[in-house]
Ligand binder design. Sequence first.
Ligand SMILES: [Cu+2]
Length: 89
Amino acid sequence: MDHSDMAMDEMMIEGAVHTKAKVNSFGEGTVNVSHDPIPAIGWPAMTMDMPLAEDAQMMGNVNVGDNVVMMLAKGEDGIYAVKALMPEE
Ligand SMILES: [Cu+2]
């Protein structure tokens, strides 16, 4: 995965993890994605609803059906939420 993107570097958050995903739909405060495995936190590939963090950033134009890089970070509730989505180039 290419992480040389400047914008993504600026978004680095301690404990954040990244994976590739496809956006299936947006809900109320959620996004349904089919994501690649995330070995850093022991998640297999799956399709799931992810909570969107209140300050989640769409880095560029992210639409349903797009392949994206998804950044997750744990909220205060200990649940991973989407902190950023950026189009996969
Ligand atoms: Cu999942």
